[in-house]
Design a binder for this molecule. Structure first.
Ligand code: NAD
Length: 516
């Protein structure tokens, strides 16, 4: 074959392992076990839509710190007097964004694009240029309702990852019994490397492009890793800009600040849900969370709230690992003090590192700390087969999405370590997102106690159904009914959760049929 011909020819499809195929292993196992309708299987095997688009933004001028070696040649440079220090925005990586007229009117001495600040540091002045970012929105399935799922800002994202995470949302919304399907998306960006106004510009542009694809009854984003209520507020404003009936659009994103239509209890909801599941796990065995010890990975939204609530329930936090390091205190970490450490304005990385109430240890040593349970609440794929072999806990409660690899699942099963799978353990976020969406639609506002009561009921009811499926123990009580879901044999907890999701989704296709 001529080289040009080979170039134009699409490569043959090879089955290869990806994050998505790994994530779908459990889908196939559960689908086989329940004899999922073949056409429903085809519908669910791949997402409905996979959107990739690009977002551009003009960055600001910034100062990049020089290494000691680089700085030597500028040792005699006069110090630049900064007259408006408020205009200097220090980033976690040591770079400084020049906002507004930060240096204007100051006594600025620049040599070959370099200057020296009163803090003693030498910097290279990098003029702000326009930059392009890759953005995604995967809409996995809408059989049960509008697509729903978070927006992630992170350096390591891909179509493959968002496919896996959006499918997870399809299963999770079915398990939580909220009338949504699954979606997920975000931007390939390290948000800590950009200033506040830059992130604002990038987010507005992102929503400008996303607007065609979503809507309060079509697809409803929420916060995920690297995003929060502030980002949701910007997305909301951009979506509503120029709309006539702005009040009808408030439910286009959830996870908003309560002051602009967010729900009480939403910020803590995912961590709260993790805690409710763990509480129910122990209650079922006639035990209590009180007095149990745990280790935690991730101290962001999910991890810090889960830690706070579990601490209040009487559990002892022994160690925390985040993106920057790991801290340990065998007597128990004071969670409130650790949160205060994170919120200290001097803690630019917002990391657990440097916390005075614990000692620094290596990440690899985290996994070997003996404790009652582990809550992974960071990124996916962290509990590998090798890590699972080392663990000295009796329970893993997945706060993060997909933290345990399929290989690790097999190891945990073999070692008799119990599992509360992500699609129930961290479903608290999407459940309260649903409450937020209803409150927006009805123009209502519910108190936190009501939100948490509903959340506890919803999660514990569905978690009990999952446990019954797992033990093949069909029961109908005042609280829950597992009789339609048990399959006549015992299965592991992750498979049981997937069976519950698939049976609920399949019912929609079987009863409503397929649109032609
Ligand atoms: P976040 O950005 O608030 O916090 C992420 C945490 O993970 C931070 O402490 C960060 O330092 C840590 N981290 C990042 N990379 C790491 C690494 N390589 N090793 C160790 N730690 C690392 O994010 P979040 O909203 O708390 O989400 C955490 C997890 O929970 C994600 O898997 C997310 O998909 C899942 N989740 C979040 C929600 C929600 O409502 N926010 C809901 C369901 C599931």
């Amino acid at each position: 074959m001529a080289p040009q011909e080979a170039f134009m020819r699409a490569p043959e499809q090879q089955p290869r392992r990806t994050l998505y195929t790994d994530a779908m292993e459990i889908f196939h196992r559960a689908a086989d076990l329940i004899g999922l309708d073949p056409r429903v299987r085809l519908e669910l095997e791949e997402p409905d839509y996979e959107h990739i688009f690009y977002v551009t933004a003009k960055l600001k001028d910034r100062l990049k710190p020089l290494s000691a070696e680089e700085a030597k040649q500028f040792g005699d440079l006069a110090v630049t007097q900064v007259r408006n220090p408020d205009g200097l925005e220090l980033l976690a990586d040591g770079q400084i964004i020049l906002n507004g007229k930060a240096l204007l009117g100051s006594d600025v001495t620049v040599r070959r694009g370099h200057l020296r600040l009163p803090n003693g540091g030498f910097y290279q002045l990098v003029p702000g240029e326009s930059q392009r970012f890759k953005a995604y929105r995967v809409q996995h399935n809408q059989a049960r309702g509008p697509y729903k799922g978070g927006i992630r800002y992170h350096r390591e994202v891909s179509l493959d990852l968002f496919k896996a995470l959006s499918a997870e949302m399809t299963w999770k919304t079915a398990i939580a019994e909220v009338p949504f399907g699954g979606g997920k998306g975000g931007i390939q960006i390290d948000p800590r490397a950009y200033g506040k106004e830059e992130l604002e510009a990038i987010t507005l542009r992102f929503m400008y492009k996303l607007k065609n694809l979503i809507g309060p009854n079509v697809d409803i984003p929420a916060p995920d890793v690297g995003t929060n209520g502030n980002i949701m507020a910007l997305m909301l404003r951009q979506y509503m800009d120029g709309e006539r009936e702005r009040h009808n659009s408030r439910g286009v994103v959830t996870g908003k600040d309560v002051k602009i239509g967010g729900s009480e209890g939403r910020t803590a909801a995912t961590g709260q849900g993790v805690a409710y599941c763990i509480e129910d796990f122990y209650e079922d065995r006639g035990e209590s969370v009180k007095g149990k010890s745990f280790i935690l990975q991730g101290f962001g939204n999910v991890g810090s709230h889960a830690a706070q609530i579990l601490h209040k329930m009487g559990a002892r936090l022994l160690a925390v690992n985040d993106a920057d390091g790991t801290v340990f205190n065998g007597d128990g970490i004071d969670v409130a003090a650790l949160i205060a450490h994170l919120n200290d304005p001097k803690n630019l990385k917002r990391s657990v590192l440097g916390f005075a109430g614990a000692q620094k240890i290596e990440k690899k040593d985290l996994w070997e700390i003996p404790a009652d349970f582990l809550v992974p609440a960071a990124l996916g794929g962290e509990i590998t087969g090798e890590v699972a072999e080392k663990l000295k806990v009796k329970l893993v409660a997945e706060g993060a999405n997909g933290p345990t690899t399929p290989e690790a699942d097999r190891v945990l099963e073999k070692r008799g370590i119990d599992m509360i799978p992500d699609i129930i353990a961290n479903a608290g976020g999407v459940t309260v997102s649903y409450y937020e969406w209803i409150q927006n639609k009805r123009m209502e506002r519910w108190p936190e106690s009501e939100v948490n009561k509903k959340l506890e009921h919803a999660l514990k009811r569905n978690y009990r159904i999952i446990r019954d499926i797992s033990r093949n123990q069909p029961r109908r009580t005042d609280f829950h009914d597992s009789t339609p879901y048990c399959i006549g044999r015992e299965v592991d907890a992750r498979c049981a959760a997937m069976i519950l999701a698939l049976k609920r989704i399949e019912a929609h296709y079987l009863l409503e049929g397929f649109s032609q």
